[in-house]
Design a binder for this molecule. Structure first.
Ligand SMILES: Cc1ncc(COP(=O)(O)O)c(C=O)c1O
Length: 368
């Protein structure tokens, strides 16, 4: 029995009647760009999060790009973000002509360390991007406190945290700007590339909406150069169906995490993911730490277990950031975590028997 890292076939099997009907309806109306599905998804997603405005866009990366543009980030500015994240968080900063300032993470939650944030700030710093990595919220309040005191904008990267809560509020509803990815494997995933942005301010939202649609004021007038960053109506139709299941799916993910914790708590050499008291985790990924990770990873694959590594090379040591002049040792927590993290299969439909088998194979792999 092979166990994949995520199983989108199992999820489609549980919703295909709803999804197929919504897709067919969209195709029959031939309203493929904008239109009722996109409008309805934006309203429903904003209501779900408890934010005034949400915009559907073409990917999480384009959402981050729009949010940073709305925050006014431009050439010569600096933006602080964790060294342990996917490159999409940082690449848009560089492409705006701004400079990335990497920051250390908190070892327990794998998210931006608020104590390290203060030290990363310089007179040119304009914004900070906390990332709610693996489905666990970043410690938002102390980050927001530093940002307010030092005059920085906060842009949440909620690409991995659909439905997660920080002190009762949803990730993506904490800062005045946030970006989501709806990449297929995400907790709320489309059937292709898709993303979203949220905003508290109507003017910032209108700017992002216009930028996402060629800088349009109306059909034939363009306020500024923009992009084609629009969300497809077919993707919106899928997302509307899946949003109705999101809370139930996140509950199932938490159940799977409990099964893992029960089986692995007493296994020597395995560090389980922590949940901070103020967090509601949505386990986009179930990430344990093991020493000798690469060998364990290879043995899991030999045993038919689709483990993953998120992410083995910290951003400050990537060739793309060689120009920043970082060295091994600059972010010791990030580097240690990057060498030990191991993502075990997790998805709402995973069964207790499958978790049993993953844990048994992991125990054998640890034994060598
Ligand atoms: C933390 C993080 N930020 C941003 C993104 C970018 O999202 P997308 O792939 O939809 O462009 C991702 C997606 O993998 C992500 O994991």
């Amino acid at each position: 029995m092979q166990i994949p890292l995520i199983d989108l076939k199992a999820q489609y099997a549980s919703i295909h009647d709803e999804v197929d009907a919504a897709m067919r309806e969209t195709m029959e109306t031939t309203s493929f760009i904008g239109g009722p599905q996109v409008d309805a998804f934006e309203a429903e997603f904003a209501r779900y999060l408890g934010v005034p405005f949400a915009l559907g866009v073409s990917s999480g990366t384009s959402g981050l790009h729009l949010a940073l543009l709305a925050a006014g980030i431009t050439e010569g500015d600096e933006v602080v973000l964790p060294a342990h994240t996917f490159i999409a968080t940082s690449e848009v900063v560089g492409r705006l002509g701004a400079t990335v300032r990497f920051c250390e993470i908190d070892e327990a939650t794998f998210t931006l360390d608020p104590a390290a944030l203060e030290k990363a700030i310089t007179p040119r710093t304009r914004a900070v991007i906390p990332v709610h990595l693996y489905g666990h919220p970043a410690d938002f309040d102390p980050i927001a406190e530093v940002a307010a005191r030092r005059g920085l904008r906060v842009v949440e990267d909620a690409a991995q945290a659909h439905g997660a809560r920080y002190r009762g509020n949803r990730c993506g509803a904490l800062a005045s700007l946030a970006a989501f990815s709806f990449y297929p494997g995400k907790n709320l995933g489309a059937y292709g590339d898709a993303g979203g942005v949220t905003a508290f301010d109507a003017i910032e939202m209108e700017r992002m909406r216009s930028l996402s649609n060629h800088g349009r004021l109306d059909k034939h007038r363009h306020r500024e150069e923009g992009f084609n960053y629009r969300l497809d109506a077919l993707q919106a139709a899928v997302l509307r169906i899946k949003l109705r299941h999101l809370d139930e799916w996140n509950t199932q993910r938490r159940q799977a995490a409990r099964w893992y914790a029960e089986r692995l708590a007493a296994v020597p050499g395995v560090v389980l993911p922590a949940t901070a008291p103020w967090a509601e985790h949505v386990y986009h990924l179930f990430v344990v730490r093991v020493s000798d990770r690469d060998r364990v990873f290879a043995q899991l694959h030999e045993g038919g277990i689709g483990a993953g590594i998120h992410y083995p090379v910290p951003l400050h040591l990537q060739p793309a950031y060689a120009h920043l002049g970082h060295r091994q040792g600059d972010f010791p927590v990030t580097e240690r975590v990057a060498s030990e993290v191991l993502s075990l299969p997790i998805y709402p439909e995973i069964t207790e028997e499958q978790v049993d088998r993953v844990c048994a194979t992991l125990r054998e792999s640890l034994a060598g």
